[in-house]
Design a protein around this ligand. Structure first.
Ligand SMILES: [Zn+2]
Length: 423
């Protein structure tokens, strides 16, 4: 089943999609943008060439469907939006590998006893509105309509952007896919970490996806003249924010497996000779156990308040997004393990530090994930790199998975030989 031609085509398509960008020299493809529309149109044409019918839902997820002989559906997919200055494989690879598997079926004239839906989610990264999984949460019927009033940098609301992208914002809340026919959801994704490379393995099976919290944290002090206001008694909002950034770092360092990042900070009025009157920052907090993450989040909220008080400032704390840790389905994961074993490779199991669409789709059906090795674990960076041979393995494993599911009718295989290994 190993098909070098398929892998080469996936690599070419990742290159082609990597050129569809809002900016000429870097990959930037936010939700609802003209380039997102072009990426969807391009992928839709490939889907149709592979014998699929295509449609889109209210949020703008692209769905390709390869009909089976019975009334059941397996969903494969990932996302087509990007971070700013992104790599070419994050998300995109998963959609392209899924498409390659369907293409192989189509080329051989094979119909499975279930349909295969390939979903290209329209927003996973949250670049435009600072909230992730807009696409997959809508698909899963878990869209939070309070997000519709969020604004992007230009002041456009999510509601306006959804409408301009061709959807009905008022319908989003009830736009989830019906799950009666679903066998499950499998997502191929680059690992975005160094574990598989260290193990010398092209692919691995994901055990769980870390939960995460995204918070907007604001400090409000008092703006003033940088030359005339004495240091004593200043209410410098950026100093409070800076102190909080270091607190975030030390808090995460003290907790095993926790990661926390302040990736954005802005000040008002934002001039060299004015004491910052306001500072606003992001906070991204992740952990594989929800209870630990919630404890850290509460601790940091308390610290933000204490820092503000000690500096005569006020603070704002707005939780923008929370996603629970999601274990993957043991049966579907074991079947992926079996598919890997059948290729002659050993099965490595690892948790995901990054969030993925699969975590949202878990509200709808069983989910599983296959990670693909990426060079030095680098991601969210134009240096993101995967080997064509590894892509070939991923296509092979996913094609075998389809064949195993076709034999089984349902994912009920449990591997005896594989074992849990922590990264
Ligand atoms: Zn991704």
């Amino acid at each position: 089943m190993m098909d070098a031609h398929s892998a080469a085509r996936v690599m070419e398509r990742c290159e082609a999609l990597g050129r569809i960008s809002e900016e000429p020299d870097l990959l930037v493809r936010p939700y609802g943008s003209e380039t997102m529309r072009r990426a969807n149109d391009t992928v839709a044409s490939w889907m149709r060439e592979a014998g699929m019918s295509t449609s889109r839902d209210e949020i703008g997820n692209l769905i390709g469907r390869y009909e089976g002989t019975e009334d059941k559906t397996l969903v494969l997919g990932s996302h087509l939006d990007s971070v700013r200055d992104a790599g070419k494989y994050d998300g995109i690879l998963g959609v392209m590998v899924a498409l390659a598997c369907v293409e192989q079926l189509h080329d051989r004239g094979v119909r499975l006893p279930f349909s295969v839906d390939v979903v290209a989610f329209a927003d996973e990264e949250g670049l435009r509105f600072g909230t992730t999984f807009l696409g997959s949460s809508a698909y899963a019927g878990a869209f939070d309509k309070s997000r519709l009033s969020l604004t992007d940098r230009d002041g456009e609301t999510l509601s306006e952007v959804v409408r301009a992208f061709g959807g009905d914002p008022d319908a989003l809340e009830n736009a989830g896919r019906n799950n009666r026919d679903l066998l499950g959801y499998c997502e191929v994704h680059i690992e975005q970490g160094p574990v598989l490379e260290q193990k010398g393995l092209p692919v691995g099976v994901v055990t769980a996806i870390n939960g995460q919290s995204r918070v907007r944290v604001g400090f409000v002090g008092e703006a003033g003249h940088a030359g005339t206001v004495p240091m004593e008694g200043r209410r410098d909002a950026l100093c409070a924010a800076a102190q909080f950034v270091l607190d975030v770092e030390s808090t995460a360092k003290a907790e095993p497996r926790a990661v926390a990042t302040v990736g954005e900070i802005s000040t008002l009025p934002g001039a060299v000779n004015v004491i910052p009157g306001e500072a606003e920052q992001s906070l991204d907090l992740r952990h594989p156990e929800d209870a630990v993450r919630e404890r850290l989040r509460s601790h940091l909220e308390r610290r933000a308040g204490e820092i503000a008080t000690s500096r005569g400032c006020e603070h704002r704390w707005q939780v923008r997004q929370e996603s629970a840790a999601v274990p993957t389905d043991p049966d579907l994961s074991a079947l992926i393990g079996k598919a890997i074993e059948d290729t002659g490779l050993c099965v490595h199991r690892l948790p995901s530090g990054a969030g993925h669409d699969a975590a949202q789709v878990a509200a709808l059906t069983n989910v599983a994930m296959l990670f693909v090795r990426c060079k030095e674990g680098i991601s969210h960076n134009p240096a993101e790199s995967v080997k064509r041979e590894d892509v070939g393995v991923a296509i092979d494993v996913m094609s075998r998975l389809l064949a195993l599911l076709a034999q089984d009718g349902r994912p009920n295989y449990r591997a005896e030989t594989s074992q849990e290994i922590s990264p």
